[in-house]
Write a protein that binds this ligand. Structure first.
Ligand code: IMP
Length: 447
């Protein structure tokens, strides 16, 4: 039977985050009734351009920018309540009221001020090459408390736990003692400040707290369509990424069961997003990194500076070894290849097809960071293209060398490139069959 509409879809990063997922979610979300964040926290940063307006969202599902979609923050997300309020206020100033269509899982954990203190102190205490380079948003410490099960606070606790204030006093006392013993500092952490955040969260966010698991499963059974919005990227996945230089959650479609409470079997499409080259923020192995003028050129052409922290991103050629691995473990049905326009003007463009470690040449992605650190990329250079791509609107109008580059990536990673990004605007997105007939060509929002 020919499909006439987009069915349940997950959009997720195939690399180290910052792949341009926000733009794809923004493109797809008009076709969905519900958009769900299921992992990560305010470490993610989705920039969406609508006309001359640029929105940077960290916690709110990007789909809330669409009038009709309900935005859900699932149980697997760690939520900085002040961050959510700030984003809501920022959108309100621009005339977007997300309140009527936001739901936060009662099972989601709150990032508390002591998580941010711990993130900063523990990073500072690590020496140069063991430092993870976190976003300092308290993500790792919050997930660690969730697993430890003794000092975590969930949205349900804000609403239903008698004696929460006493528990907070005792958590903070314990944290202060630990921070002083481990780091000789507690940054002046005080229970009254933590309680103030909790009270504010209850007042402003309490109305959005819901059993989102029940809501999503019922909605799915009734035929509503759901878009799952992955944060970070598969190379940062807690189990499958470049551990320990990773984030603390399950970033791919495999995170949906745990992080949204909806079985992964409801998914029809798994769209993995990658850039036409590679970037990484923070520490950790990065085999195709170009720590030279070519890397600098990619960074400047692609404005590769972090949405969340403003840090310059490390840049390098496309890594088909890492991306092929990410495609396999996520079972990506399609790849969305972003930022093709950034590579215009390069006489040659590189694709890493294998790694060399000593005398060995491998195509499987190694699990040990020490091996990744020693790996040399085997790079295939291909003819580049001089043409600017930003006015191209149909895939077939791309220069032949750009199409050959895309074909090569497709055959190396093992999934069809169904979407291509040629600029920041919604309209600068080329969609190929089979998705093309389900997604009308997006209208330009450029003025
Ligand atoms: P954390 O998630 O703040 O604990 O940071 C762990 C690692 O993941 C650091 O290297 C961060 O720079 C990186 N990271 C986390 N989220 C993102 C993201 O959305 N984009 C890029 N890097 C990220």
């Amino acid at each position: 039977m020919t499909e006439t509409r987009l069915e349940n879809t997950c959009v997720f990063g195939l690399s180290w985050g910052d792949e341009g997922k926000g733009k794809i979610v923004d493109l797809l979300s008009p076709h969905f009734d519900i958009v769900v964040r299921y992992n990560g926290g305010a470490n993610a940063g989705h920039t969406v351009c609508v006309g001359s307006e640029k929105y940077a969202l960290h916690l709110l599902p990007t789909g809330v920018l669409q009038e009709s979609a309900v935005g859900v923050i699932g149980p697997g997300v760690v939520v900085d309540p002040l961050g959510v309020m700030e984003e809501m206020d920022g959108l309100a100033v621009r005339g977007i009221d997300v309140a009527p269509k936001l739901k936060i899982s009662e099972r989601a954990h709150l990032v508390m001020p002591y998580h941010k203190v711990e993130d900063r102190l523990s990073e500072r205490a690590l020496s140069g090459d063991t430092r993870i380079g976190t976003t300092s948003r308290g993500i790792g410490p919050c997930y660690a408390d969730k697993m430890r099960r003794t000092s975590a606070i969930r949205f349900a606790d804000l609403l239903y736990e008698d004696g929460l204030a006493d528990r907070v006093q005792s958590i903070v006392a314990g944290k202060k003692a630990y921070f002083q013993a481990a780091f000789g500092d507690d940054e002046g952490l005080a229970a009254k400040d933590v309680l103030a955040v909790i009270d504010k969260a209850r007042d402003r966010l309490g109305a959005f707290v819901a059993d989102t698991t029940d809501y999503l499963n019922s909605a799915e059974r009734l035929g509503q369509r759901i878009l799952f919005e992955g944060a970070n990227g598969l190379m940062l996945d807690i189990d499958h990424g470049t551990y320990p230089f990773v984030t603390s959650s399950s970033t791919g479609p495999h995170g949906i069961g745990a992080g949204a409470g909806v079985p992964g079997s409801v998914l029809r499409y798994r769209i993995g997003v990658a850039k036409a080259y590679s970037t990484r923020v923070g520490a950790g192995p990065f085999v195709t990194e170009l720590a030279d003028a070519t890397g600098d050129r990619i960074r400047e052409a692609g404005h590769e500076y972090g949405t969340t922290t403003g840090r310059p991103r490390r840049c390098g050629w496309f890594d088909a070894v890492a991306c092929g691995y990410a495609v396999r473990i996520s079972d990506a049905t399609h790849v969305s290849l972003m930022h093709l326009d950034t590579l215009s003007g390069f006489s040659e463009v590189g694709v890493c097809v294998a790694y060399r470690i000593g005398s060995e040449t491998i195509r499987a992605f190694p699990g040990a960071c020490s091996r990744l650190e020693r790996a040399e990329p085997v790079v295939e250079m291909m003819p580049g293209w001089d043409e600017g791509l930003r006015s191209v609107r149909v895939f077939e109008d791309l220069p032949a060398s750009t199409r050959a580059y895309i074909d090569r990536i497709e055959s190396l990673v093992g999934a069809p490139v169904a979407i291509v990004g040629v600029g920041p605007d919604r309209s600068q997105t080329l969609v190929r069959e089979p998705l093309k007939r389900l997604i009308p060509v997006p209208e330009s929002t450029l003025t």
